[in-house]
Write a protein that binds this ligand. Structure first.
Ligand code: G6P
Length: 369
C-alpha cells in the first residue's frame, strides 16, 4: 500500500489531493470541444433532452448532496424544475410519475442497491428518460440507464467520498449548461462564462489544497469536541451538509448542518463554547445574511470558524477564526468550498486516531438494504 500511497498517509488524503487531476480529466471532453455538446451524454441525448420538462435526481450519501447542489444550477441556469430525493425513500413512496421528467441517478460506484432499486422503480412507473452519472465504467446503474456520463475521478478507495463528489459536481454543471443550451436559454456570454469557470477550477482547487497547514491547526480545536455545527446558505448549504457528513463519518464527532437562516428555529439552543460552528461564507448575494447569522452564534459564546473567499473581507476577531479561500470562483464556488471541509474532517480524524480510510460500521459501496 505504501507504494500506492506515495507521500500520503491515507487514501483519503491522497484522493483529496488528486482532485485537480480528477477535475481536469472529468472536464477534458468539454474543454477539447470548446463547448457543451449534447453528444457528451450519449447518442440518444439530443432526443431525450428535447422532450423533458423537469428533473428528478435520485442518490444516496455524498452523491445525494451533489444532487442537492445541482438543483440550484439546474433551476437558475437551465430553468428546469428539479427535485432531489434520497433513493431509499423514493423507492418506497407513492409518487406521481411524469414521463417527461428526466431521472438522474448519481453514484460513485454504480452499485448502490438503493439507488439501483430507485431507478428500477422509476422505470416501472413509466419514467423511461434516465441518465446515470457514475464513476465506475459499466457498473450496474449506468448499464440500466438510457444515458450515461462518466466522471473520471479514477478509483476511489477511501470510504468517505472526496474526489468522486467534486467530479460529480462538474458533471452536473456540464449537464446544466448542456440542457440550458439545448433549450435556447444559454446566451453565448453565459456559455463562455461557464466554460471559463470549468477551465479555472482545477487551479483554484489547487490553491484551496494549499490551505492544509492552516486547517490542520484548526483541527486541534475540533478533535476534543463532542459536537459541531456547519452553516451555509443557498448553493453552499449542501456543502455544509457534506462537511458535517465527512466529519461524522471519519472522526465520529456528531455534526449537523443547517441552512444558516434556520439557526433561530432550533439549533441556536445548542450553541455554547463547546460547540464549534463552521460557516461557509463566500462573497455572494447572501454574505450579509450569513454575517448576521454569525453574530447570533457569537452572542451565545459560540466559536466561529469561517471559510471565506478573499472578496468576503472577513477579519478575525474574538471568537471568530477565518481561513481565506481563493478569490470567489463564481458558479463553481461549491466545488472550491468542498476542499476545506474535507481537509478539516481528515485532520480532525487524524488527531483522534480513527481508521480514516475504513471508518467503523461503514462500507464503500452498500449493495445490501
Ligand atoms: C456509501 C459510502 C458513501 C457514498 C454512498 C453512496 O455510504 O460510504 O461514501 O456516498 O455509499 O455511494 P455511491 O457509490 O452510490 O455514490
Amino acid at each position: 500500500a505504501s507504494l500506492e500511497l506515495g507521500p500520503y498517509s491515507h487514501f483519503m488524503q491522497k484522493e483529496i489531493h488528486e482532485q485537480p487531476r480528477a477535475l481536469t480529466d472529468s472536464i477534458e471532453a468539454v474543454i477539447d470541444s470548446n463547448g457543451f455538446d449534447v453528444e457528451l451524454f450519449g447518442d440518444e441525448a439530443a432526443g431525450t433532452f428535447r422532450d423533458i420538462d423537469s428533473i428528478l435526481i435520485l442518490a444516496a450519501g455524498t452523491s445525494y448532496y451533489a444532487g442537492l447542489t445541482a438543483k440550484y444550477w439546474l433551476e437558475s441556469i437551465a430553468g428546469l424544475p428539479t427535485s432531489v430525493e434520497i433513493a431509499s425513500e423514493y423507492r418506497y413512496r407513492v409518487s406521481v410519475p411524469n414521463p417527461r421528467q428526466l431521472i438522474v441517478t448519481i453514484s460513485q460506484s454504480g452499485e448502490t442497491l438503493d439507488t439501483m432499486e430507485a431507478l428500477k422503480h422509476a422505470k416501472s412507473l413509466g419514467q423511461t428518460q434516465t441518465l446515470s452519472i457514475c464513476n465506475v465504467q459499466e457498473s450496474a446503474i449506468p448499464r440500466a440507464s438510457k444515458l450515461v456520463f462518466y466522471t473520471r475521478a479514477g478509483a476511489e478507495i477511501g470510504v468517505a467520498s472526496t474526489k468522486a463528489f467534486t467530479t460529480q459536481l462538474v458533471a452536473l454543471f456540464i449537464l446544466t449548461a448542456t440542457l440550458a443550451k439545448q433549450r435556447g436559454v444559454l446566451s453565448q456570454a453565459q456559455e463562455h462564462e461557464m466554460l471559463e469557470a470549468l477551465r479555472q477550477i482545477p487551479a483554484s482547487v489547487q490553491h484551496a489544497l494549499n490551505l492544509e497547514p492552516q486547517i490542520r491547526e484548526w483541527a486541534k480545536a475540533f478533535a476534543n469536541k463532542q459536537h459541531a455545527l456547519f452553516l451555509g446558505r443557498g448553493i453552499h448549504y449542501p456543502i455544509a451538509l457534506e462537511g458535517a457528513l465527512k466529519l461524522k463519518e471519519i472522526s465520529y464527532i456528531h455534526a449537523e448542518a443547517y441552512p444558516a437562516g434556520e439557526l433561530k428555529h432550533g439549533p441556536l439552543a445548542l450553541v455554547d463554547e463547546n460547540m464549534p460552528v463552521v460557516v461557509i461564507a463566500p462573497n455572494d448575494a447572501l454574505l450579509e445574511k450569513v454575517k448576521s447569522n454569525m453574530q447570533e452564534v457569537r452572542a451565545r459564546g459560540g466559536q466561529v470558524y469561517v471559510f471565506a473567499d478573499l472578496d468576503s473581507h472577513f477579519g478575525e476577531s474574538e471568537g471568530v477564526h477565518v481561513i481565506r479561500t481563493p478569490r470567489h470562483v463564481g458558479l463553481l464556488s461549491p466545488i472550491l468550498h468542498s476542499i476545506p471541509v474535507q481537509l478539516l474532517a481528515y485532520h480532525t480524524a487524524l488527531l483522534k486516531g480513527t481508521d480514516v480510510d475504513k471508518p467503523r460500521n461503514l462500507a464503500k459501496s452498500v449493495t445490501v438494504e
